[in-house]
Design a protein around this ligand. Sequence first.
Ligand SMILES: [Zn+2]
Length: 138
Amino acid sequence: MRRIEWIVVHCTATPEGRAVSVADITRWHRERGWRTIGYHHVIGLNGEHWSPLPETQVGNHARGANANGIGVVYVGGLDRLAKVAKDTRTAPQKVTLRRLLAELKARYPNAQIIGHRDVPGTRKACPSFDARAEYAGL
Ligand SMILES: [Zn+2]
């Protein structure tokens, strides 16, 4: 069993309102030379929840937090012009994200829920909101 210390929340860094599929993300990650998609959980615009990567496998989503982390991504994170980081989570995404994080926290009670930007050494806006603060009570 992997020791899970971090539940890391990401955005896909795609424009507000643009649908992105697991197949899209998998293709992007393979184009980077990765074996497959780097995230364990993906949350679509309408609150769909896909789990393309088993949690038993090490993901590829946050340098320094992969070996002991779970990667969760919501589709979005940029404004419509793809210029500015923006919390674009839809109401259904917020519902699904909170439910998923609560479930993960129950299974990994010693893990901390953080945003990608909270991983030391990361200079990114991802996930475009303060995940650590928002989910501190889970
Ligand atoms: Zn990220």
